[in-house]
Design a protein around this ligand. Structure first.
Ligand SMILES: [Zn+2]
Ligand SMILES: [Zn+2]
Ligand SMILES: [Zn+2]
Length: 287
C-alpha cells in the first residue's frame, strides 16, 4: 500500500492502485498553492483512494468555477481532492515517497523565470491530450523585477494576503528535505532568502496561519487560512525572511542556485539540471 500524509500527520490516506497519470503542473495557480515551481499530481479513481484518518481538518478552496482544491488547515499541505472529471481524484505526489516518475510537465508556458525546467518528462504547453481535462483560466505572468526602484510583490491564490520585498533576494535554492516535500506537497521547495526587515505584508496579515513541526528547530510553514497558499515566513530568531518563490508576482531576478538535502529526494523525481547538489545541509549558512 502506498501511504501519504500531510506535514502535521492529521490527514492520512493510501492508494491501492498505480495512478493512471502523473504530472508536474507549472501553472501559476499551482505555483502559489505549493509556493514552489510546480505541483505534482497523481490521478486515481475514487475507489483507489482510502482515507486512513478522519478529514475534519480538510479545508476546501474553490480556485476556479471548475476546480475546488483541498488542504490541511493545520499545516497547509495539499491533500487529495476530487477533480472536475467524474470519479477522478488527484493526490499530491510530494506526500508520497514512492511513485513512478511524472508522465508530463504541463503548463510549461507558465514556467517561472527563477526555475530551470526539468527535462526528464515531456513538456506540454497546457494539458496533454490524453488528460481530457478542462483548461481553467490562469493567472497573469510574473512581472519583471522592479528593484531597486520598486519592491518585489507577491500574493496568495485568493488574493487576500499581499506582500512586498524591498531588498533583492540574497540567494534561492531547491530543498528536497522530507519536511519541504510534505509541506509543499511537491518534489521540492523553492525558497528565496532575504533580510527579516525586507518583507512587509501589505494586506491580510490576519489571514496568516503558521505550523511549526514540533521536533524541528526552525521548520515552520506559513500559509493563507482561506486558500492555503504558501507565504513568506519572517524568522526573528535568525533575522531572515524565507519566501516560497511560487508566491511572487514579480521576477526576483535570480534563479534557484542549487539542490539541497538530496539524500531525502523523492524516489520519483530525477534532477536533470546542472546545478550543484548537496546531499545534506548546504555548505554556507544563510547570511
Ligand atoms: Zn496537516
Ligand atoms: Zn496547475
Ligand atoms: Zn489566500
Amino acid at each position: 500500500m502506498n501511504k501519504g500524509q500531510c506535514l502535521c500527520g492529521d490527514v492520512q490516506w493510501q492508494l491501492s492502485a498505480e495512478p493512471y497519470m502523473i504530472f508536474n503542473c507549472h501553472c501559476r495557480m499551482c505555483q502559489k498553492v505549493h509556493g514552489a515551481a510546480f505541483g505534482t499530481y497523481a490521478f486515481v479513481k475514487a475507489d483507489q483512494l482510502k482515507w486512513l484518518s478522519n478529514t475534519k481538518n480538510v479545508v476546501n478552496y474553490q480556485s476556479s468555477h471548475k476546480l475546488t482544491r483541498s488542504a490541511c488547515n493545520q499545516c497547509g499541505s495539499v491533500v487529495p481532492y476530487a477533480t472536475n472529471q467524474p470519479d477522478t481524484w488527484v493526490v499530491p505526489a510530494g506526500n508520497h515517497h514512492q511513485l513512478r516518475k511524472p508522465d508530463y510537465n504541463i503548463f510549461i508556458e507558465d514556467n517561472a523565470p527563477w526555475h530551470t525546467l526539468n527535462t526528464d518528462s515531456p513538456g506540454c504547453e497546457t494539458y496533454p491530450d490524453a488528460a481530457d481535462l478542462l483548461v481553467v483560466d490562469g493567472l497573469p505572468p510574473v512581472k519583471e523585477c522592479g528593484l531597486p526602484e520598486s519592491p518585489l510583490t507577491g500574493s496568495c491564490l485568493c488574493g487576500d494576503v499581499t506582500f512586498e520585498v524591498s531588498e533583492p533576494l540574497k540567494l534561492a535554492r531547491n530543498c528536497h528535505c522530507s519536511r519541504c516535500r510534505q509541506g509543499r506537497s511537491t518534489a521540492h521547495a523553492c525558497n528565496g532568502f532575504t533580510s527579516f526587515e525586507a518583507v512587509t505584508f501589505t494586506s491580510g496579515d490576519d489571514r496568516l496561519k503558521s505550523f511549526k513541526v514540533p521536533d524541528a528547530r526552525f521548520f515552520t510553514q506559513v500559509f493563507c487560512k482561506k486558500c492555503s497558499s504558501l507565504l513568506p515566513r519572517k524568522d526573528a530568531e535568525r533575522k531572515i525572511s524565507i519566501i516560497p518563490l511560487g508566491s511572487l508576482d514579480t521576477d526576483p531576478g535570480i534563479k534557484t542556485g542549487d539542490h539541497i538535502f538530496t539524500d531525502d529526494k523523492a524516489g520519483w523525481y530525477e534532477i536533470t539540471d546542472e546545478l550543484p547538489q548537496y546531499n545534506q545541509s548546504p555548505p554556507a549558512p544563510v547570511a
